[in-house]
Design a protein around this ligand. Structure first.
Ligand code: HEC
Ligand code: HEC
Length: 304
């Protein structure tokens, strides 16, 4: 409650809080009445439908007591916990303090476990069953919303379980991706390839690279225009992990492999962001997750 610039508002709020509690007590006392034995019960004086009257019975005792208990509880709470203006409470409790205490407890429990893995190679961590289980749990918590619980991705979110990488699949590259994040950026290329007709030609050429159905004549015309793309995708269109530029000759598509999807990608370009997790997860957790992710495509497909 350090938002208050001077003490007045703190006192003002604390005063109103206490006054409300006192007002409740006063109201309860005013409503407190006993019925003497044998005394007839009066009515409130309200009458409906000619002879329907409301009795003025005293409030039930258990009900009154509940209110008194609530008031006492409130006052004790205000004394112990922060609740009255800027008064911090006698226990000195804060939500930040509670969070830090829980954090410290978790660090004490998991710290030694993480330390053990911090000294190991990512390849070695990936073979450790305990580390793998921890990595998988953290992947499900922190990564699955984008990459899927089986890490197989979705349109725009890469499959991490295959052996096809935008930014490189070496353990260190994966760790860097997690820690620093990645921004895949392709500028709109429509104008550079000569407008809609050029886009169609280059798109057909791209389709031809992976052996997909395409118009051979358009593709032939598009081939020359691919020079505009080679700086990023490479002269043979095999991609460039330094830029996150995908290999266009395989059958793996991040944004769709139809003529329409490829044309749109060429015409409009795209910026695709993998957020950095360094601040959020720290190096030790990221290491375990990197090992888990790397392990998903090991041994590489085709290897014995
Ligand atoms: C908000 C969505 C989002 C979250 C959360 C997220 N990612 Fe990603 N990730 C992406 C996107 C989008 C890309 C593709 C970036 C690009 O196109 O260059 C990506 C790329 C990657 C890559 C590179 C893939 C390649 O082919 O090189 C790896 C590895 C990766 N993510 C791992 C993770 C891990 C591990 C986590 C959890 C700690 C995670 N991601 C959390 C969206 C996300
Ligand atoms: C400045 C670098 C750059 C240039 C130039 C460039 N691209 Fe790209 N391209 C990228 C990057 C980076 C991506 C990945 C974007 C992402 O992460 O989503 C990409 C993605 C693509 C995709 C989508 C692939 C998929 O898996 O869905 C296609 C198709 C493509 N580019 C074709 C082209 C063509 C054709 C040209 C030339 C007309 C071109 N690009 C020029 C960097 C470039």
């Amino acid at each position: 409650m350090s938002d208050f610039v001077d003490g007045f508002w703190s006192l003002y709020v604390a005063g109103i809080t206490l006054l409300s509690v006192i007002a409740c007590a006063v109201l309860l006392t005013m409503q407190h009445q006993k019925r003497a034995p044998g005394q007839a019960v009066g009515t409130t004086g309200h009458q409906w439908d000619e002879d329907l009257a409301e009795y003025n019975n005293p409030l039930p005792k258990w009900w009154m007591w509940l209110f008194w208990i609530t008031i006492v509880f409130g006052l004790v709470y205000f004394a112990l916990y922060p609740g009255l203006g800027t008064f911090k409470g006698m226990l000195g409790w804060t939500s930040t303090g509670q969070y830090q205490a829980e954090q410290a407890k978790a660090d004490a429990t998991y710290g030694p476990v993480f330390k053990k893995y911090a000294a190991m190679d990512i390849e070695a961590i990936a073979k450790d069953p305990q580390a793998k289980a921890m990595g998988e749990r953290m992947f499900l918590t922190y990564c699955s919303q984008c990459h899927g619980s089986d890490a197989r991705g979705a349109k725009g979110f890469p499959n991490l379980a295959d052996n096809d990488w935008l930014w490189g699949g070496e353990p260190q590259a994966i760790l860097t991706t997690i820690l620093e994040g990645r921004t895949g950026m392709m500028p709109p290329m429509g104008a550079a390839v000569g407008g809609p007709e050029g886009v169609k030609e280059v798109a057909n050429y791209v389709l031809s690279l992976s052996g997909a159905a395409h118009d051979a004549k358009l593709a032939e015309a598009g081939k020359a225009k691919f020079a505009a793309c080679a700086a990023c995708h490479g002269p043979e269109a095999k991609g460039n992990p330094a830029l996150g530029a995908p290999n266009l000759t395989d059958k793996v598509w991040l944004h769709g492999g139809t003529l329409a999807a490829i044309s749109e990608q060429i015409d409009k370009g795209r910026t695709n962001v993998m957020p950095a997790h360094k601040e959020f997860l720290g190096p030790e957790r990221s290491r375990l997750i990197a090992a888990y992710v790397w392990g998903l495509s090991q041994p590489p497909a085709g290897a014995k």
